[in-house]
Design a protein around this ligand. Structure first.
Ligand code: GTP
Length: 306
């Protein structure tokens, strides 16, 4: 509906405008978030070297003259052990049913396994076009890559198998081209200047959460949640008030550190990243609170946005 299209002008031979939704799926650590970041070129989806850290569906809009690819970031599918785990899996499935193109990510440096087979089976039921994306090609040599491409193509019926590296940038444009080719003909979905339709607060909360996890992932891998309570613009300054939730007092001590030294670092790191994201100066006020067993309590989960 919104915006005109250069492709309309001139008629004869112009390719149709395509627009639609796509997402990357795959087992934890397959490289989905890193790939999304590399394609979008800005730090929107949050990555970590620990599985299951992507907790929000985040959309990034890739504008091209003849197309618009809306990337939806989903968490990795996994065996639920807590209520949060179940919610995450529901979120993954509902996202899958809404998109036009799905890129199943399989790392080049790990054997194709049961998890990949399971997800491939689930995807076969959907109406979306499914591509296989062999990620992290920079980690293997040509021979290993060729073997992996073969193993992946034997895994299921894919519209295409595309090897990429988010780190070296290898084939990223090709992947976008291939995915775009499978989008439906459609008018432009979002205005030209829009990169993401997610509330800024979600992105800000994710940046704070990532900073709070830095260096303590082994101790508190899934025990931190962040809620941005208020964002108040004041001239060219954005005042942000946020709560960092942990499950237990002992975790609160870890996050805060000796004489609040760690919390200060978290605040500084997060503030820099938020300033980059918002393009304004930021004042960041962080409070650490204990929400007992928040991962298991539906009321707490709702409050924390799950
Ligand atoms: N060398 C290399 N490492 C990569 C590449 N892509 C991702 N990684 C690394 O692989 C790990 C997992 O990447 P993520 O992007 O967080 O994986 P994910 O699939 O989003 O993981 P979940 O959020 O757990 O579902 C991180 O340590 C990344 O740095 C790549 O192209 N090359």
């Amino acid at each position: 509906m919104r915006g005109g299209r250069a492709g309309d002008v001139g008629g004869g031979g112009a390719r149709p405008y395509r627009a639609g939704f796509a997402c990357f799926v795959g087992r934890p650590n397959a490289g989905k978030s890193t790939l999304t970041n590399a394609i979008v070129g800005t730090k929107i989806a949050i990555t970590s070297n620990k599985p299951q850290t992507t907790r929000h569906v985040i959309r990034a809009v890739l504008h091209r003259p003849e197309s618009q690819l809306v990337l939806v970031d989903t968490p990795g599918l996994h065996r639920p052990r807590t209520l949060l785990g179940e919610r995450l899996n529901d979120l993954v499935r509902s996202t899958w049913s809404e998109v036009d193109v799905i890129g199943l990510c399989i790392p080049a440096d790990e054997p194709v396994g049961r998890g990949d087979r399971f997800i491939t089976g689930e995807l076969a039921e959907l109406k979306a076009t499914v591509l296989a994306v062999v990620t992290k090609t920079d980690l293997v040599d040509k021979k290993r890559l060729a073997e992996q491409l073969l193993a992946v193509s034997e895994l299921g019926e894919f519209a295409a198998v595309v090897p990429v590296s988010a780190v070296s940038g290898h084939q990223l444009d090709t992947l976008v081209d291939v995915m775009t080719g499978y989008l439906p003909e459609s008018p432009q979905l979002y205005p030209d200047d829009m990169l993401t339709d997610d509330p800024e607060q979600v992105l800000v909360a994710e940046l704070i959460r990532e900073a709070a996890l830095e260096g303590v992932r082994d101790e508190l891998p899934h025990s931190i949640a962040v809620v941005v309570e208020e964002m108040i613009p004041e001239g060219n300054l954005m005042k942000i008030y946020a709560d960092v939730y942990v499950e237990r007092p002992s975790q609160k001590a870890i996050v805060i550190g000796h004489r609040a030294s760690r919390l200060k670092e978290v605040g500084t790191t997060a503030r820099r990243q938020i300033e980059e994201l918002l393009g304004t100066r930021v004042y960041l006020d962080l409070h650490v609170r204990v929400a007992k067993d928040w991962q298991r309590d539906p009321k707490q989960l709702r409050k924390l946005g799950f």
